[in-house]
Write a protein that binds this ligand. Structure first.
Ligand code: SDX
Length: 427
């Protein structure tokens, strides 16, 4: 990729390391032969300076606030594309032609049903189980139902498992919601769009069918686009690491869902809404911000490992938030007022300015999802539904990389040196 090299001197040894250049982004020092040649490891436990893989899917320039999927800016995709088209783009690398899209849409829309026996699986959970707990278990259980697409070495089975997961995730997510609510499951309908079908499975009840609203359906589809992929974040890295051992894709995605659940990652949207509700009114913001500066808690929905500028998804999310709230007649939602003022206060406070802390995708998503009718417990489930395509595209890319090996980090051991075992009567 480049003729540049980096010279590394340690313990009287000199190692010349290749420097790799991507399409964009910082150069990367290839340290793979460092241990063999210099007998040292590198130390970067949170991967702040480490590229864990080569990828062609998503690019982020965190300083400029740029996010591209296969080269296309996120704002253009959110404005002009559809979630299923973005799924195709992420999986195949190019936007589909009309016949390619029709075939892809058919593959997804006609595979939304779950094996009937699968529904009994939900009954094993406590009636008030958190929907993310249900998701982690249920998605892992897919590998017990679809044995014909678990051979990771067969390209056709890999694609079938990708289609299956994109198709069935809304059905599983809606069932997790219905179970949590204590309402009967609603079956998918093939004549509806992806987002419509999902909203209907969530909000239709036997006593009253769900009524489509194009503004809300479009918002749902756009929210899915905004969450579709985000290069090597914690959950995607988890999926890649799980998959590097050859584990089946359903199990790998379940691992990704578990990683996403944490409040520092996808769980932040739920925590952010709880935070806004706890602040409650605009006059309590200064006291809350002081608590953040005193390090008693974090400002949820703010900050990002990569973005040191506005998260471009947050810009689109904020606009979507206003559209949805206007449509449902909740423009004066007190939590929206708190969010707008909190953002203003934080963006003009040296604590946040100095640390380059800006709103991320989760800051406005909770208010929007609440206005769409979802309780906070469902927010991370919706993130997982949308991120499934990113996880699976990244998993496929890893499996198809000829240089791929099992992931196996090393460590700096700081425990006891060798010592002799003493029997219990001698301790
Ligand atoms: C997602 O990686 C991805 O791409 C993730 C994601 C995706 O699409 O996959 O974009 C989705 O996970 C978005 C992030 C959602 N999380 C939150 O909103 C939770 C709040 N944010 C923080 O927990 C934090 O900003 C992280 C976890 C997002 C990033 O953490 P880093 O990169 O490890 O940064 P850091 O903890 O080292 O923080 C640097 C400084 C510290 O202060 P100092 O010790 O240097 O004085 O900034 C401070 C931190 O204390 N800081 C915050 C803060 N975030 C960072 N202070 C208050 N509130 C915050 N939110």
């Amino acid at each position: 990729m480049s003729d540049d090299t980096a010279k590394f001197e340690i313990n009287g040894k000199t190692v010349i390391l290749p420097v790799l250049k991507g399409t964009d982004g910082p150069d990367v020092v290839d340290i793979r032969k460092l241990y063999a040649e210099a007998d040292v490891f590198t130390y970067d436990p949170s991967f702040t300076s480490t590229a864990s893989c080569e990828s062609k899917i998503t690019f982020i320039d965190g300083d400029k606030g740029v996010l591209l999927h296969r080269g296309y800016p996120i704002a253009e995709l959110a404005e002009q594309s559809s979630f299923l088209e973005v799924c195709y783009l992420l999986l195949h690398g190019e936007l589909p032609t009309a016949p390619q899209f029709a075939q892809f849409e058919q593959n997804i829309i006609y595979h939304t049903m779950l094996h009937e026996q699968f529904d009994r699986f939900f009954q094993g959970f406590r009636r008030d189980a958190h929907p993310m707990a249900i998701m982690t278990g249920a998605v892992g259980a897919l590998s017990a139902f679809y044995h014909d697409s678990t051979n990771v070495n067969d390209p056709e089975q890999r694609m079938i498992s990708a289609h299956r997961m994109i198709a069935k995730m809304p059905t599983i997510a809606a069932r997790a919601f219905k179970y949590f609510r204590g309402q009967p499951f609603v079956y998918p309908r093939n004549d509806l769009s992806y987002a419509e079908n999902f909203l209907r499975m969530c909000f239709s009840v036997p006593a009253e069918d769900w009524k489509p609203n194009p503004v809300l359906t479009n918002a749902m589809d756009r929210i899915f686009i905004l969450h579709a992929d985000h290069e090597q974040n914690a959950s995607t890295s988890t999926v890649r690491l799980a998959g590097s051992s050859g584990a089946n894709p359903f199990a790998c995605i379940a691992a990704g869902i578990a990683s996403l659940w944490g409040p520092k990652h996808g769980g932040a949207n739920e925590e952010c809404l709880n935070m806004l509700a706890e602040i409650g009114t605009v006059d309590r913001i200064p006291e809350f911000v002081q608590g953040v500066k005193d390090r008693r808690y974090m400002l949820m929905g703010f900050g990002h490992r990569v973005y040191k500028n506005y998260d471009p998804r947050a810009t689109v999310m904020q606009k979507t938030c206003h559209e949805v709230l206007k449509e449902v007649g909740a423009e004066n939602d007190p939590l929206l007022q708190v969010a707008i003022e909190l953002e203003k206060v934080a963006l003009s406070d040296p604590f946040f300015i100095d640390r380059k802390l800006y709103p991320n995708v989760d800051f406005y998503s909770g208010i929007t999802l609440r206005a769409l009718g979802f309780p906070a417990e469902m927010f991370t489930v919706l993130f997982a539904l949308a991120r499934t395509v990113g996880w699976i595209a990244q998993w496929k890319e890893m499996i198809e990389d000829p240089s791929q090996k099992i992931g196996r980090p090393r460590q700096i051991y700081t425990g006891e040196g060798p010592r002799t075992y003493a029997t219990i009567d001698k301790r």
